[in-house]
Design a protein around this ligand. Structure first.
Ligand SMILES: Cc1ncc(COP(=O)(O)O)c(C=O)c1O
Length: 389
């Protein structure tokens, strides 16, 4: 059997190797403390669940949805964005519901790239960004994110010959995995750069609410308020602990929204209407549940960073996201995958190897703050034992 060429880059998957190591650890009777996935352990708020529950018994919700979802959902989203960022959004042409940011960002390149066109991606970056480019037959130019540049790309380092073949750039701040944040000035330079070079600008923005000591992180559409070249992706997974429900949306340039809708119209039939209704409840109710979630992540962040420092692993304190991006001790600098595989096999503690997010992630591991402090403490004791043995 011969499979397509385009699937080849997807065959090598660090996270699958981690899964195998986890399974092996379980088979040896180890208790797994899984800090490798950014999947929240916190429950979806009861008022959101109640809306979804109620929708289940309404037969009107049981059929297919059209690809714009419901007008009500798009109106609420446009309203939410306008209130939050002060930019007018046309709910009829500039909003589309998604089955999560991952689905949206992975399908979007199919609407943009021809075979061999370049996409400019952050390295390290979220795997669906690269995966979507591979599926669309595009080529990737990696923009290195280095600690000395605050994990922001340097646009002027991109070679001219790449720029002439580049059709899209993907940014994502607050950033997974490095936890870096970007300023409005940085976004202004990104929009200018993309306009000059005729490049479509994608901003994946799942951590819009998950920020600690800072003000509201900026949106790309605050700079490109006429939506000339940009599209921004949002999700309910992080703010409302709704990862399993698979619901998000994109806002942006109407031509890009229509193009994404056309791709999706042959791939899926949209999210279940009851979940759209739950998402409406999420956006229109008190945001107390979001503040509570952020507070919990902040406490876990403080706890984890302090305890890691106590065992001699000095990591800096993140301002955003539900991760800690930790530079590995000297001995493991060159092989984050080996570190994570050995760690989970020996201790049951699962972290994400930095190399899984791109070449520039090597030398780091990512902790997800998805367990309470007592479990984080147990994990750190096991890590300390592993590092000293
Ligand atoms: C940058 C980024 N994009 C997308 C996703 C996936 O979001 P969703 O659950 O909406 O698909 C994540 C989740 O960790 C993420 O970090």
């Amino acid at each position: 059997m011969q499979l397509s060429e385009r699937i080849k880059p997807l065959e090598k998957n660090v996270f699958a190797d981690m899964d195998t190591a986890k399974t092996e650890a379980i088979s040896q009777g180890k208790k797994i403390i899984d800090l490798s996935l950014g999947s929240s352990d916190l429950p979806t708020s009861i008022h959101i669940i109640k809306t979804i529950e109620k929708s289940l018994s309404n037969p009107e919700n049981h059929g297919y949805l059209l690809h714009g979802g419901t007008a009500e959902f798009r109106k609420i989203v446009a309203n939410w964005y306008e209130k939050r960022f002060g930019v007018f959004i046309d709910w009829q042409t500039e909003v589309i519901p998604l089955i999560g940011c991952q689905e949206g960002t992975a399908h979007f390149p199919l609407a943009i790239l021809n075979e061999g066109d370049y996409a400019l991606l952050l390295d390290p970056g979220y795997p669906s960004h690269a995966g979507g480019i591979y599926l669309a037959g595009g080529k990737i130019y990696s923009m290195p994110l280095l600690a000395e540049n605050n994990f922001l790309p340097i646009f002027n380092d991109i070679p001219q010959q790449i720029l002439t073949q580049a059709k899209m750039m993907v940014l994502s701040y607050p950033h997974n995995p490095t936890t870096a944040t970007a300023s409005l000035d940085f976004f202004t330079s990104a929009v200018e750069f993309c306009k000059i070079n005729n490049i479509i600008l994608v901003h994946d923005f799942p951590y819009v609410d998950i920020v600690f000591d800072e003000n509201q992180p900026p949106s790309i559409l605050q700079v490109d308020s006429k939506k000339e070249i940009s599209i921004e992706f949002f999700t309910f997974s992080k703010s409302y602990n709704m990862g399993g429900f698979r619901i998000g949306f994109a806002i942006g340039n109407p031509q890009l929204i229509t193009a994404l809708k056309q791709i999706k119209s042959i791939v899926d039939f949209n999210q279940y209407k009851g979940i759209l209704e739950g998402a409406i409840t999420a956006l229109t109710s008190s945001q107390e549940c979001v503040s509570e979630t952020v507070k919990i992540y902040q406490e876990r962040r403080d706890f984890l960073v302090t305890e890691l420092n106590k065992i001699g692993w000095n990591v800096s304190i993140p301002n955003a996201t539900l991760y800690v991006w930790a530079k590995l001790p000297e001995k493991w600098q060159k092989d984050s995958i080996k570190f994570c595989v050995e760690l989970v096999k020996n201790t049951g503690v699962a972290l994400s190897p930095g190399a899984g997010f791109g070449n520039n992630g090597e030398g780091y591991v990512r902790f997800a703050l998805v367990k309470p402090p007592d479990i984080l403490k147990e994990a750190i004791e096991k890590i300390a034992f592993f590092l000293n043995s």
